[in-house]
Design a protein around this ligand. Sequence first.
Ligand SMILES: Cc1cc2nc3c(=O)[nH]c(=O)nc-3n(C[C@H](O)[C@H](O)[C@H](O)COP(=O)(O)OP(=O)(O)OC[C@H]3O[C@@H](n4cnc5c(N)ncnc54)[C@H](O)[C@@H]3O)c2cc1C
Ligand code: HEM
Length: 370
Amino acid sequence: MEHIENSWHLARPYLDEITQQFYRLLFTLAPSARDFFPVTLQAENGRVVRALIRVLRLVNRPDDLIPVLQQLGRDHRKFGLQAAHYEAVGTALLGALKHCLGPAWTPEVERAWAEAYTLVARSMQEAAADAEAEAVEPPYWVGTVTEHHRLSWDLALVRVEPEEEIPYHAGQYLSVAVPQRPRLWRDLSPANAPRPDGSLEFHVRAIDGGWVSRAIVGHTQPGDVWTFGAPMGRLRVDRESGRPVLMIAGGTGVAPLQAIVDDLGRWTDNPEVTLFYGDHYWDDLYALDQLQSFAASNPWLTVWPVVEEPGSVPGVEEGTLAEAVTRRGPWQEHDILVSGPPAMIEATVAALIRTGVHPSQINYDPFLAM
Ligand SMILES: Cc1cc2nc3c(=O)[nH]c(=O)nc-3n(C[C@H](O)[C@H](O)[C@H](O)COP(=O)(O)OP(=O)(O)OC[C@H]3O[C@@H](n4cnc5c(N)ncnc54)[C@H](O)[C@@H]3O)c2cc1C
Ligand code: HEM
C-alpha cells in the first residue's frame, strides 16, 4: 500500500498527462474500447482514470471495497465488456503511470499497482459473470421519459417509465445516459421508493458548465429514451437495529433520502429519523414542502431546514450543514446517512468525526468519492 500511496503522491500533479497517455495506450491495445467513450473525450474529463486510481488506493479496505466492486461490475455490464478490455485498461493505466513516473517506477511499485488492479478487475468481472449466469438481470435497462418540468429555473423533475422494472432499493443510485449526450454516463438517484408501476422520479439540477445536467434540465422531453446501469450504492436504514437515524442532505442529495423516507412510510413503527436538509438559499430547498407535509403525518420524522445565507428566513438554522448538525448533536447513538455534493459530504463527515461520532456510524455514496 505504501508503494501505491508514495508513487501516487509523485504522479498526482501529472494527472492530465496520465489521462492522455492512458487513452492513447488503451485505444492502441483495444481499438474497440473507443466505442464505449464519448466522441469528445474532453467531456469525459479524466473521470475514468481518477476513478480507477481512487479504487486501487482502497484495496487495503476489502470489506468496504468488495461490495462496491460487485455493484460496479454489474453496472459495467452496460458496456458489453470482454476480458480483453479489462486487461487493456490495466496495461494502459500502469503504462501511463510508468511513463509519468520514470525512474520512480520501480519493480516493487509496479507489482503493487498490478496486484491491486488484478484484485479489483477480478472482483468486478466475477460479479458481472455471476449476474450473467443468474440471467435475471439484463446488462442495462431502458426507459421512456413521460414527464419533464421545471421545479425552478435550474432544476427539473423528470419521470421515467422503464420497460422492465429496475431492481433498486430506496436510497440507491443509477448510472444514466440520455440521448442529448450519448455515452456520457452520470449518476442520478431516484427520489421515490420502488413503485408497483416501476416508474422513477429524478430531480436534476443544472450545474454551471455541466455537460449532462444542463442538457437534461434544458432539453429533455417526453418520449426521450434513457439508459440505466445496474443499481449502486449503500444508503439504507436498518429498521430492526432500534437505533435512531440522522439524515443529512445537501441540494439534490435529498433525492435518495426522500426515497428512503418514502419507503419507511409503509410502516408506522419506524426508528426516529431526523433529517437536516440544506442549501445556499431558502428558495433552493425545493423538496421542503413535500418533506414537511410528510413529517406532519409521520411523527417518527423531524425535518430541519438549513440555509447558508444569513438572515434569509427568521428562525431557520443558518450555516453549512456541518455547522448546523454539529450544533444540534450529540449523534453518537445514531446511524448516519449523508448525501450531497462531494465537498459537502467531506466537510460534514469530518465535522461529525470531530464531535466523537465513529466513522462506522456514517454512510455516504458514492463510497469511491472519498
Ligand atoms: C451517487 C450520486 C448521485 C447523484 N444524484 C444526483 C441527482 O439525483 N440529481 C442531480 O442533479 N445530480 C446528481 N448527482 C450529480 C450528477 O451525477 C452529475 O455529477 C451532475 O449532474 C453534473 O454533471 P454534468 O455532466 O452536468 O457536469 P460535468 O460536465 O461532469 O462537470 C462540469 C463541472 O462542474 C463540476 N461539478 C460537477 N458536479 C458538481 C456539483 N454537484 N456541484 C458543483 N460542481 C459540480 C465539475 O467538477 C466540473 O468542473 C449525483 C452524483 C452522484 C455521485
Ligand atoms: C478495474 C476496473 C474498473 C474500475 C474500477 C472502473 C471504475 C469506474 C467508475 C468508478 C466509473 C464512474 C466514474 C464517474 O462517473 O466518476 C467508471 C466509468 C466508466 N468506465 Fe470503468 N472501471 C473499470 C474498468 C473499465 C473498463 C475495462 C472499461 C472499458 C474499456 C471501462 C469503461 C468505462 C466508461 C466508458 C465509463 C463512463 C465514462 C463517462 O461517462 O464519463 N471501465 N468506471
